[in-house]
Design a protein around this ligand. Structure first.
Ligand code: NDP
Ligand code: 8X3
Length: 250
């Protein structure tokens, strides 16, 4: 039977690549993001794959609820939720940090993930089935200098993943966390507020992961048999050993 996956942050990077991978794997897709035109372009690229687009900001609880409630019947029974939307905003010592950046990260990466999960879960608990993949980060498992609030937001994703796995156990809902290291996407452009030169330096001198590498992993995880939950995966570029330990060409 065709399964339905809802992917947040499908308009770019890991979410977009995951949409293409799951589309190929035969899923019906609900694609979410704020940039409608990006989602429309992705839906065109997906061709025959059945898609439904939802445009909302994950920080806006009412908008999240309204969007999920607006799903047409054939997209309502979400089998797989990929909680991927999120970003870093800024990279500064805490004492110099911009509280607006802190709000954006805590509201988006943590509360947004909660709002979307809370809105989608009734479709899973009612049917006693489901699979949730939360996109954490290596940054949620080791804190690096100036990463403070972003690292905290991803540490919260790690804690929430474990909490969800415990609470949803009676409902046969698998919950897992994927923790990427450096992936070249729009992530650093967002972190450095459109400074593309600074963003590019993050990935200079080594081969970072591509969004497709993470998408491959997610596709593998969500296509395992029902008795298997790959609960937590750290995926790194071969040149990366820890959050800020990267082998770079001289
Ligand atoms: P991108 O910037 O390429 O993609 C981020 C996606 O999240 C976009 O589709 C964006 O869509 C969506 N998004 C961001 N904020 C919001 C919001 N408030 N409401 C709705 N959607 C939002 O980055 P990545 O693909 O790299 O990031 C995806 C996830 O992977 C994030 O959670 C990130 O923290 C995590 N990650 C990334 C790593 C990396 O090195 N790139 C490493 C480890 C984890 P739109 O702007 O259209 O709303
Ligand atoms: C993104 C990876 O190390 O830049 O989560 O924080 S890192």
């Amino acid at each position: 039977m065709t399964k339905t996956a809802l992917i947040t942050g499908a308009s770019s990077g890991i979410g977009r690549a995951t949409a293409l991978a799951l589309g190929k794997a035969g899923f019906r897709l609900v694609l979410a993001g704020r940039r409608r035109e990006r989602l429309e372009e992705l839906a065109r690229e997906l061709g025959e794959v059945p898609t439904h687009l939802l445009t909302f900001d994950v920080r806006d609880r009412a908008a999240v609820d309204a969007a999920v409630q607006s799903l047409p019947p054939e997209f309502q029974d979400i089998d797989v939720l990929i909680n991927n939307a999120g970003n870093a905003h800024g990279l500064a010592p805490l004492q110099d940090g911009d509280p607006q950046d802190w709000d954006d990260m805590m509201d988006g990466n943590v509360k947004g993930l909660l709002y979307v999960s809370r809105a989608v879960l009734p479709a899973m608990t009612r049917r006693n089935t489901g699979h949730i993949i939360n996109i954490g980060s290596i940054a949620g498992h080791e804190t690096y200098a100036n990463g403070n609030v972003y690292c905290a937001s991803k540490a919260a994703v790690a804690a929430l993943t474990k909490g969800m796995r415990l609470d949803l156990l009676p409902h046969h809902i698998r919950v897992a966390e994927v923790n990427p290291g450096a992936v070249e996407t729009e992530f650093s452009q967002v972190r450095f507020k459109g400074d593309t030169e600074r963003a590019a330096t993050v990935y200079k001198g080594f081969e970072p992961l591509r969004a497709e590498d993470v998408a491959d992993l997610i596709q593998f995880m969500v296509t395992r048999p029902a008795h298997v939950n790959i609960a937590e995966v750290l995926i790194l570029p071969a040149a990366q050993a820890a959050a800020t330990t990267i082998r770079k060409d001289a």
